[in-house]
Design a protein around this ligand. Structure first.
Ligand SMILES: [Zn+2]
Length: 469
């Protein structure tokens, strides 16, 4: 047994959580089918950069063809293609897109217990890069679509399957390209994508996080100008490095405005037990102190909720153009990762930077590195109703809590290109919890429970039938 799996397997003796209302023989079949498919997908190394995702697109095309289903391989450039398939139901109706990305982040094999591109199936897990981010969904959604087709596509409307290139880096942007170039294929009423679907045990019930929106990024660079010269001579003013240090200090010390919007409302309602603290967290005048109190009481919960209260400035890179230790640079650069809530833009961020740096002793200017505005779909909708219904049927006692992703997913492109599309991030697990799963993203020893993988396929299948009756 692989050491990292031992602790969790010992804890539950390797037993699997039942999925209510589904024949165990069906679950076993779907476990076998999804884990075999995921294992093969992991063995196709799509580390991004460079990506090379066309091999996954071709693999999925061939896999569907075996079942008599035909899609399209498309995108640019030739080595970075996506795969899209539309399965028409028996009657006209709305459309549901099951979305996932083909690329993964790189992995250093020296740090792993198993080769990261082995796709090993052992100890009740499928192991390898992409096992939870997010080749698991490439596989689970495919099995769902194949099962829907095998059952005669009895639903109304259309189920669309897409696995897309370049989510992690976004340089060629597979989903972005498709949304722009092929709206005929991609425009859908509903989208289900990676991101949410993890559960926390709270008061004896699993609370599932649904992400109906996501924060945006406004990454910028503060360029500080300085005077060149020999470092043996004290420069009382104009040292760009010292100026950059003042800038860092001022940015970090700046109190950013607190924003209380819908993105944190349900998390607070469902997961904060103390009614007094709950009320203070929703009160503009008291929320800042309440967040600090929450962090003292439950750091994990505070980490989930606090980023949904507005902006964050995180300086991450500092460098200067000095070529030698004894030379004053003429330019120092400070790169800052800033996240903003859906609905905010670079104007607000720039105003905060100017407020933070007013009076700072440095000759600075702001340059944008990249801005992607966050966005959100309405909630609740027919899609969240259907998610709640299917989840309630198969996970007794399950509760849903709406949230926004603090990171980025391809759902963003669909919401901004097609304003009527409702896109949610939801890929539910039934066995392993939020902490266990989210700690494996972009980390060593990435793996997924075979039971969870099967549940993601069965859930997608049943969601399609619920939403498109
Ligand atoms: Zn991902």
């Amino acid at each position: 047994m692989i050491a990292a799996a031992r602790a969790s397997a010992d804890a539950d003796e390797g037993s699997s959580v039942d999925i209510a209302g589904i024949d165990p023989a069906v679950v076993a079949d779907v476990e076998a089918e999804t884990s075999e498919l995921l294992s093969r997908l992991i063995r196709i190394d799509t580390s991004n950069p460079p990506g090379d995702e066309t091999r996954v697109a071709e693999f999925m095309d061939a896999w569907f063809r075996e079942a008599g289903l035909h899609g399209e391989i498309l995108g640019e450039p030739a080595d970075r293609r996506s795969f899209v398939l539309r399965l028409e139901g028996r009657r006209p109706g709305p459309s549901l897109l099951l979305l996932a990305h083909e690329d993964v982040v790189p992995a250093n094999p020296d740090d792993w217990q198993v080769p990261p591109f082995s796709g090993l199936i052992e100890d009740g897990y499928v192991w390898g890069r992409g096992a939870v981010d997010i080749k698991n969904l490439v596989a689970a959604h495919a099995v769902a679509v194949r099962r829907l087709a095998a059952a005669g596509a009895t639903f109304s409307g259309t189920v669309v399957y897409a696995c897309t290139a370049d989510e992690e880096e976004g340089t060629v942007g597979g989903a972005r390209w498709l949304v722009e170039h092929r709206p005929d294929l991609m425009r859908c009423d509903y989208v289900i994508n990676e991101g949410g679907g993890h559960f926390l045990q709270h008061a004896g019930r699993p609370v599932y996080i649904l992400e109906s929106g996501e924060k945006g990024t406004a990454q910028f660079r503060i360029v500080v100008r300085g005077e060149a010269g020999h470092a043996s001579v004290p420069l009382r003013r104009g040292n760009a490095v010292v100026g950059a240090a003042h800038v860092v200090e001022a940015l970090v010390a700046h109190e950013l405005p607190l924003v209380i919007d819908g993105s944190s409302r349900e998390l607070v309602e469902v997961l904060v037990d103390d009614p007094g603290l709950r009320a203070r967290l929703r009160d503009q005048g008291q929320a800042r102190a309440a967040l600090a109190e929450l962090a003292r009481r439950d750091g994990r919960l505070a980490d989930m909720i606090e980023p949904l209260y507005g902006f964050a400035f995180s300086p991450t890179i500092v460098h200067s153009n000095s070529v030698a230790v004894n030379v004053y640079p003429t330019r120092a650069e400070l790169c800052v990762d800033c996240r903003m809530l859906a609905g905010h833009g670079e104007e607000e961020v720039e105003a905060e930077v100017r407020a933070a740096l007013a009076g700072v002793d440095a000759d600075w200017e702001l340059e944008w590195i990249g801005v992607i505005r966050g966005n959100a779909s309405p909630y609740p909708t027919k899609l969240s109703d259907a998610i709640r219904a299917v989840l309630g049927r198969h996970v007794p006692g399950a509760e849903l809590a709406n949230s926004h992703s603090v990171g980025f997913t391809d759902s963003n492109w669909f919401r901004s290109a097609y304003p009527d599309t409702v896109a949610y991030n939801f890929a539910p697990h039934v066995e392993e919890s939020y902490e266990e799963v989210t700690s494996r993203y972009h980390n060593v020893d990435e793996r997924i429970r075979v039971r969870d993988l099967a549940f993601q396929a069965l859930f997608a299948e049943r969601l399609a039938l619920e939403l498109l009756p």
